[in-house]
Each structure stands twice: as C-alpha cells, then as structure tokens.
Write a protein that binds this ligand. Structure first.
Ligand SMILES: [Zn+2]
Length: 328
C-alpha cells in the first residue's frame, strides 16, 4: 500500500510505473517541505523490491527493512550533520557510485535516495551527473528536494520530475479530523497554518512543541512592534546569526510574519473569516484598528522584498536590520 496521503497524481504515476515495469532510472520528487516526498521515495524503494503481488505490501521482510532503514539495497544519502559545510559531499557520491556498480545483494533493485538533493555540493552534483547520464541496470536514483531552484538544470533534466504540491486547506482539515481524530478547532487552525503541507499538520497535531514555538515567535513579533530602535537592531542581529546556522528557521519566522500582516490586512478589509491565525482573532482585530491599509500593504511588501534579498544572498544582517526598522 502506498502510504502517501492526498498526492493521488504522484502515487498513481508510481503505481503504474511499478506495475508495468516501465520507469525512469532517476526521479526528482519536488515540492515544499512536508508534502510526503520522503514517504513516497521509501514506498517506491519498497515497491521495487517487494515480493508480494500488491507492491508495496509494507509487510514482507523486505518492505519492513526498507521502512526501518535496514535494507542492504536501499540507501538514503543525507547531510553529514557533523560536516560544518552542510553539503552532500563528492565522497558520498563516489561511495554511492562504487556501491551502485555491484549487483543488488538480495533485492531486485538498488535504490539510492538523496534527501535534500539541493544540498549536493557543486562537485558532488557534477559527479552524480555521470551516473544520471549512463544509467546502470537495476539501479534507481531518487532525488528529493524542496528547493529545486538550487539544483543544477543538467541534473533536473535527466530525472523524471514528480511534483508533490501542497494540498488544498480543506482537504488537510478533513484528513486531520477524519483520519487523525483532531478536534474541529485544531483541524481548522493546523490546516491553515500548514499551508497545505499535510506532514507538518500531522506533526503539529502530535507534537505540541511546534505550536509552542509558533506562539513564542508571535510573542517576539508583538514585542518588537513596541520595542525601541536599539532592541529592534539587536533582534535583527540575533536573527542574522540564526540565519547563518539555519536558513530554514529564519524563513519560517518570516513566513509567520508575512501571514500575521496578511491576517491584519484581511481583518482591516473586512475579511476576518479568511485569516490563518484563528486562535489570535481578537488580538488581530485590536491591532488592525491602529494600522492603515497602506501601512499594512507596505509592511507586506517590505517582508517579501527582504525574503527576495536573502534568497539572493544579500548580507542578512543588513536586510534584517532594514526590515526591523521599517516595521510599523
Ligand atoms: Zn513487501
């Protein structure tokens, strides 16, 4: 059974490929984080090596070992977390290639899954190209990414590209309530906060620390609105140093701000029923009273511009300082 929920198009494609035996030697699973890409990659590795009629069965010894990360023919290549450069290295790709040149130990296919394929170093990506250009029998490579634009176009063009987009909010809400027993108010809030990324919504339902982190970030945002210039600058410098360690964390914080300002704009324009931060409705209403629509549109524009500049590697401290000072 394919365990990815809600990505019918991608799942049907994979199912048909496995059933007909006609599939690419390399895939690119692309889409925002938490949309089921790694689950689909593991399921595909299971299906390619499963002995049952209904592949993947999730129950045979082979399927279970793939799920547990213990199948000798299925390897997930990840960032080496101790490596301060935070890239998938050329050595990792070379090791993969020498492993791929041997026949499968026990299964039908060797499957190599690159989690965060966008983190391949330039050299590693060029080395990988060789394998993508000269496919080996019984070897399937799956590149998984949520930042496709960071991949070499030559790598992308040699893979079958499978898009895993966010799901409609209403679908996430329904799945949370029906399949995961979420109370209606949790299902409503988490589906909106998830931006359609079901995996995130499920994690947040099961692990309240994600909502606690969000709450503390909202606290920071509210505090900064009334903070002095010195305090705002010191917060900007703190964010900039966090950006150096985890880009994703700062992206998440800015996304939260974007949605907060957007909610304020919705409230101001009389569309409070469309807000995302359902649990902060009264605070939003109160704040919206003291802000004009031009102020809010400008704040949103400044945030988007800051996001673009960070993406283009403009000095993060400078970008974040300007942003903090311009906040109404
Ligand atoms: Zn199986």
């Amino acid at each position: 059974m394919w365990q990815v929920i809600g990505q019918q198009k991608a799942v049907m494609l994979m199912d048909r490929s496995v059933k007909t035996g006609q599939f690419a030697h390399a895939f690119l699973f692309t889409g925002p984080p938490h949309t089921g890409k790694m689950t689909l990659a593991r399921n595909l590795a299971q299906a390619l090596n499963c002995g049952s009629d209904n592949r993947p069965c999730n129950e045979c010894s082979s399927c279970r070992r793939v799920a547990a990360g213990k199948h000798p023919d299925v390897q997930v290549l990840q960032l080496n977390l101790e490596d301060r450069k935070k890239v998938i290295t050329i050595e990792q790709v070379e090791n993969m290639q020498s492993n791929a040149s041997l026949p499968p130990y026990e299964g039908k296919y060797k499957v190599f899954i690159f989690e965060d394929a966008d983190k391949l170093s330039h050299d590693a990506a060029n080395r990988l190209l060789k394998t993508l250009e000269e496919p080996m029998p019984q070897v399937v490579i799956i590149l998984v990414t949520s930042r496709e634009s960071d991949l070499l176009p030559t790598v992308i063009s040699r893979c079958q590209r499978i898009e895993m987009p966010p799901l409609p909010i209403a679908v996430v809400e329904e799945i949370l309530a029906d399949k995961y027993g979420a109370p209606p108010e949790d299902a409503a809030l988490l589906s909106r906060l998830s931006r359609g990324r079901l995996g995130w919504a499920i994690s947040a339902l099961q692990d309240r620390s994600l909502l606690e982190t969000r709450q503390s970030r909202i606290g920071d945002l509210l505090e900064m609105r009334s903070a002095s210039i010195t305090k705002r600058l010191s917060y900007a410098s703190d964010l900039a140093s966090r950006f150096g360690k985890s880009r994703e964390e700062v992206d998440d914080i800015m996304e939260l701000w974007l949605r907060w300002w957007n909610d304020l704009l919705l409230v101001s324009a009389g569309n409070a029923d469309r807000i995302v931060n359902l649990d902060h409705e009264s605070e939003l209403a109160e704040q919206a009273q003291n802000l004009t629509i031009p102020q809010l549109t400008r704040a949103l524009r400044d945030l988007q511009e800051a996001g673009r500049q960070l993406e283009q590697n403009v000095n993060p401290r400078l970008v974040l300082e300007v942003l903090m000072l311009s906040m109404p």
